[in-house]
Design a protein around this ligand. Structure first.
Ligand code: GLC
Length: 647
């Protein structure tokens, strides 16, 4: 705490610190509170508060101390807070003094009371520490180090330097200061968080239910690939080790126990591997990864990464329903669309799109890594699924979403509810299944039926009757979550689709609707933090339209960064260079970007003199014009790229 007396008087101040201690066994603390309530120990010794309950089991001592001598302390939350009070008006602070009482059983905390005189104009630093160590000697050593002059400032500087070198790998300047601050700082911060925590533990989830989500973590690698090298390799290897021999994957797993879960398969988990691995190789150039041997989850057998990928594609190739569209199994990306039914015949058109996209990525990978012999087979598979979807799933103006166990269509104009699903249109375009004409028509219909001032609803209209054959999507109130909420994650794919269609103005409009600082103006309605993406915003059919929920751990973070940098700015790592293919709003005069790619720093200037959305007219690399729109690989440390857009 840094204090400066800016008044014209000398001040006598009382400072109070407060930290709750947990019992080192969160699950037991929750399930068996009477136990922890009666076993907690917390006490003052010398100038420390120690909490060493169950030391015999965990060899951990928690502590709290201050750089300044303290006049009083509390070890019990009830003493410090007081009956009927809260952290907003703790009894200890109101009374101006603490109880100086150790506890033997109770709710442990560390609270300190430090008195301080600060004369006019004077400044002072006061340090409060909470931490854990194995012994009291270690605690004394560590805390004394922090109290030595300058030490804490140096550590803080280290943290800042750590983030600076991450942020410096991608710095942009566009006409929007909100976008600049988001892409340069906040979005990279959030994608780091989702990379490590997946959907594990946050204020919205206790951390025991889900661990690392399989599809989630694969998608979480897309955004931060430029920041992480070895760690990305590590996470992908880990994910592959939770894939079964027949190609399907666990739905999630716990890192520490190495337990996978989800024996009842989902229809999409395994396919995301193709997208995450190809993205990793394009970014890093690490083609050797394809030959790495990794065991399958349930057996002692192992396969190369390339074989794992082929097996993933195989699983979706052979598991199809009556229309020859991939089986829906328990669910696809949409956890709440549960279409399998008693016959096990529900089909997911959306998985068909993902499968097609994965095939295109895989074919490209084979071509670029000298595996030409595999190309023909996969091209044939891609041709088939594309034809099947186009003949069975086009509804006249848009693509349908699925077929249930009885062959009944979902996401069709014929339906009463859920006539149009956002993902079935955006992915029709992204997957390469839709023709330009169908793609534009489908995305126009999305605009007509799903667009709102706070973003795109996941479907329209919301379900208003329970229907077990469609699944838990029908249990949610209309306008919330998967039942026609503005699912932010899915909005990213609509932006992507608009970029592929070349409609940069619409792409930017969708992007800006969800940009968190945009919600500053509606903060009391939106409620979520203005510097992170939330999972969902209540949709137009909900009474609290505009209210955001479940911030931080969402696939939105990674995809927003990916879509903005890869498709709006159009800077895309590729096997043999950096593709430059912007799709910006026509009113932008251009932008600049500094981006690290395989140890080279690219400084790019993009000019838009004709006020168009995309289309590269010329690219000059270090002053020399190159053909096409790929900046070739180089061993140089720095490269200057000048791009002019034009017809
Ligand atoms: C949640 C889940 C994600 C799922 C999405 C849609 O965000 O974490 O895995 O795809 O909901 O149901």
């Amino acid at each position: 705490l840094h204090l400066k007396n800016e008044t014209t008087e000398d001040l006598d101040l009382s400072l109070f610190s407060y930290a709750e201690f947990s019992i080192f066994d969160a699950a037991n603390d929750r399930d068996n509170y009477q136990y922890t309530y009666n076993i907690a120990t917390c006490y003052k010794e010398d100038s420390y508060i120690f909490h060493d309950t169950l030391y015999c089991l965990y060899k951990i001592i928690a502590y709290h101390c201050s750089s300044h001598q303290f006049q009083g302390f509390d070890c019990d939350r009830e003493d410090f807070i007081g009956p009927y009070n809260t952290e907003a008006n703790p009894r200890g602070v109101l009374a101006g003094r603490l109880n100086n009482k150790n506890i033997s059983g109770g709710n442990p905390c560390g609270a300190l009371h430090v008195d301080l005189s600060l004369s006019e104009g004077k400044e002072e630093d006061i340090l409060f520490i909470i931490g854990i160590e194995e012994t009291k000697e270690a605690i004394k050593k560590v805390s004394q180090r922090y109290f030595s002059p300058g030490y804490t400032e140096e550590r803080l500087q280290e943290v800042k330097d750590y983030w600076r070198q991450i942020f410096d790998r991608f710095i942009i300047e566009t006409p929007s200061s909100e976008i600049n601050s988001f892409i340069n700082v906040w979005n990279p911060y959030q994608i780091r968080t989702t990379f490590y925590l997946s959907r594990g533990a946050s204020i919205y989830e206790g951390g025991i239910r889900r661990g690392m989500g399989y599809r989630d973590s694969n998608q979480d690698t897309l955004g931060p690939a430029y920041q992480l090298d070895d760690e990305l390799h590590g996470l992908l290897s880990e994910l592959l080790s939770f894939q079964y021999e027949d190609g399907k994957a666990c739905h999630g797993y716990f890192k520490m126990s190495r337990e996978g879960y989800g024996e009842d398969p989902y229809s999409d988990d395994h396919l995301w591997l193709i997208l995450s691995i190809t993205n990793y190789i394009k970014e890093s150039g690490d083609t050797a990864f394809l030959d790495k041997k990794i065991p399958y989850y349930e057996s002692t057998k192992e396969g190369t990464v390339f074989q794992h990928m082929e097996q993933a594609l195989e699983f979706s190739r052979v598991n199809y329903g009556d229309h020859h569209i991939p089986l829906a199994f328990h669910a696809d990306w949409n956890d709440c669309l549960n279409l399998r039914g008693p016959r096990g015949k529900g089909e997911s058109v959306w998985v068909g799109f993902l499968y097609h996209r994965a095939l295109l990525e895989f074919i490209e990978l084979c071509r670029m890594t000298g595996k030409e012999d595999r190309v023909k087979k996969y091209e044939e598979d891609a041709r088939k699924i594309k034809e099947i979807i186009n003949s069975h799933a086009w509804d006249g103006y848009w693509y349908v979403r699925a077929f249930d166990d009885n062959g009944r269509v979902i996401g069709s104009n014929k339906n009463k509810y859920g006539k149009i699903f956002l993902n079935a249109q955006s992915w029709a375009v992204y997957s390469g299944v839709a023709s330009l004409e169908r793609g534009k028509c489908a995305m126009d219909m999305v605009r007509k039926h799903c667009f709102s001032e706070h973003g795109l609803a996941l479907l329209w209209p919301a379900f208003r009757e329970y229907d077990r054959s469609i699944g838990s999507i029908t249990f949610y109130p209309p306008g919330l979550k998967e039942n026609a909420g503005i699912f932010c994650h899915a909005n990213t794919w609509a932006i992507l689709a608009e970029c592929i269609l070349g409609r940069g103005d619409i792409a930017m409009e969708y992007y800006m609707r969800l940009l968190p600082p945009h919600a500053n103006e509606i903060a009391t309605l939106h409620k979520s933090e203005p510097y992170v993406y939330a999972q969902v915003i209540a949709g137009p059919e909900h009474q609290d339209f505009g209210l955001a929920r479940n911030s931080w751990l969402t696939g939105t973070a990674s995809w927003m960064f990916y879509v903005f940098t890869h498709y709006i700015l159009g800077i895309r790592p590729f096997y043999n260079g950096l593709i430059i293919d912007p799709c910006i709003p026509s009113y932008w005069e251009g932008f600049t970007a500094k981006r690290q790619f395989r140890k080279t720093m690219y400084t790019m200037t993009v000019k838009n003199p004709e006020k168009i959305c995309g289309g590269v007219k010329t690219i000059a690399v270090d002053g020399k014009v190159v053909q096409g729109n790929i900046v070739p690989l180089t061993s140089g440390k720095e490269v200057k790229v000048e791009v002019v857009l034009g017809k």
